[in-house]
Structure formats: C-alpha cells, structure tokens
Design a protein around this ligand. Sequence first.
Ligand code: 3HC
Length: 295
Amino acid sequence: MEIDDIETIAVLGAGNMGHGIAEVAALSGYTVNLRDIKEEFVQDGYEQIEWSLEKLAEKDQITDEKAEDALDNVTPYVDVEEAVGDADFVIEAVPEQMDIKQDVYSDVEEHLPEHAIVTSNTSSLSITDLSEVTERPEQFAGMHFFNPPVRMQLVEVISGEHTDEETLAVTEALAEDFDKTPVRVRKDSPGFIVNRILVPLMNEACWMVSEDAATVEEIDSTTKFDMGLPMGSFELGDQVGHDVTYHVLEYMNDVLGEAYEPAPFLEELIEEERYGKKSGEGVYDYEDGDGADVP
Ligand code: 3HC
C-alpha cells in the first residue's frame, strides 16, 4: 500500500479529537467518513467542523471555497459498515478505554477492506496491546494528533511491536500530506514522547494547587507569560480535557509508578465533571464567553 492508494479515510469517534482530525483530512482533499455511535454525537462533531472551517475562513487562513469543499468532503455516519466499507485508512479516536476500543475494532474489521491500515489516536494505551486485539497487527500503528488538530503541527507516529515498515511509512506520508510534521516514536512507552513530558507538567501544577503552594492564577501567569508557553498550564488542561489528562496519568501511574499519581485537585475536577472547554467549565468558566477569566 502507498499513500496514493488512500482516497477514503474513516475517522471513528466524532468527539474533541475525532472531529478535529476529520477536518484536517477533509482540508487535504480526502473523502472523510466520520462515525460515532449516536446521531447526536456525529452531528455535533460535524457542526464543530463547520464552526472551525468558518472561523478559519473568517480569519483568511483558508478561502471560503476551501472551507465549503472541506465540509463537502465529510459525511457523518452511525452505521459501521457504511462508514468503513470503502475506507483505505482508519483513524480511531474513541474514548481511552481498552474495552471500548476493542469493541470498535471488532465491529469495524468485518467490513473493512483487507488493504486498509488502522491507526489509533490514543494518547496513552500501548499500541502493541491495541494491535493485538485486531486481526491486522502488522497494519496497525499509533497516529497521535494534538489539540486542536487543525492548529497543531506535530503528529506522533508510533510503532507497536508488530507494526510493519510499510504501515509506518504510509502513516508518516499521510501526516505530511495533511501538512503536519510527523515524528516517529520508536518505543511504545506510556505517554509516547509529548505526553510523557506535558502531562506531568499539568499534574504538577495541580499538585501545587492541592498543596496551596501557588494559586491557579499565579501558576498560569508564570507558565504563560514568564516561561513563554502558548497557554497557561490550566488553560492547556481545559483545552485538552482534564478527563483525558487523568486517563493518561492513571495509565502512567500503573505502568511507570507513583511519580505519576494524579493530584487531588485534578481528581476534584473529574468528580465535578469540570472537564474543560468541552463541558463548558474546567478550571476556567466557558459558559459566559471563551474562557473570560483566563489570565
Ligand atoms: N478551529 C478554528 N479556530 C480555532 C480553533 C479551531 N479548532 N480552536 C481555537 N480557535 C480560535 C479561537 O476561537 C480564537 O479565535 P478568536 O481570536 O476569534 O477568539 C483563535 O483561534 C485563537 O487563535 P490565535 O492564533 O489568535 O491564538 P494563539 O496564537 O494563542 O493560538 C493555539 C492558539 C494554537 C491553540 C495556541 O494557544 C497553542 O499552541 N496552544 C497550545 C496547545 C497545545 O499545546 N496542544 C497540545 C496539547 S497535548 C495534546 O493534545 C495531547 C493529548 O493526547 C493530551
């Protein structure tokens, strides 16, 4: 299989990352089948793509025509067979739970063409373990985008123990065709490269609040204005989704040890369902404007 053999991409999961990845693929001219388990989920993802494309066009980052063409490239589906029956490449972006991903792979594989490559946008789970619940472990890789996919340049391409070179080469070529920069992650270790560094940073900020060592405002203004990161640590957590950060930490804590124990403040956010922008409230409030209280 070569990059030129890819015409149709199935994106499984229309949530925060799924719809963003579908948008990226559609902007590069691919036919995109966006699938989720409920009509309302997939429609919501489709509307988010529409919002984002309009925003990019408003800011002259793309033309109105390009925005319209990209939206035309996306078809929402609930039916699995319709979504993957003609897919050459699959990007799975469903919740970070092994059993959910396993169910999705077994639903999909009976309808998926033999030549198709399957990738996961997992931010934590082992690519080797995921590949072993599919019937095509050699044609399985990690393809990890960053939030928001349409704005972030990097894509981690992760090799599992069984992934063959052709799969990795096609996945990297596809990332390049999306105008992204792929980085190959040779070792399938928890958090890959970026999250191994970034998630402990966000957790450490939460530990400081839990211990009353500094306030949210002090930490975010320091990380944003003095350390020069594009967002404050909590602002970034709100963008990524604290539930995602929490799942990554739980996994790292299990595999790598207690240095990755989630902070009590992060646990509070999860208990109160303050996941971030996607739930309307995280550390900051997004109900009355786009994070009006962000420093
Ligand atoms: N589509 C279109 N527009 C969008 C958008 C999207 N998906 N998301 C945000 N915008 C808009 C905002 O609404 C805002 O619009 P406004 O100006 O009309 O209010 C505008 O973009 C903000 O963009 P700017 O270019 O003006 O602002 P920035 O220069 O701050 O850039 C950013 C925004 C690129 C998101 C930048 O803040 C950044 O790089 N942040 C860091 C993000 C990051 O590190 N992500 C990785 C997280 S880790 C991860 O995802 C892995 C996971 O597995 C945990």
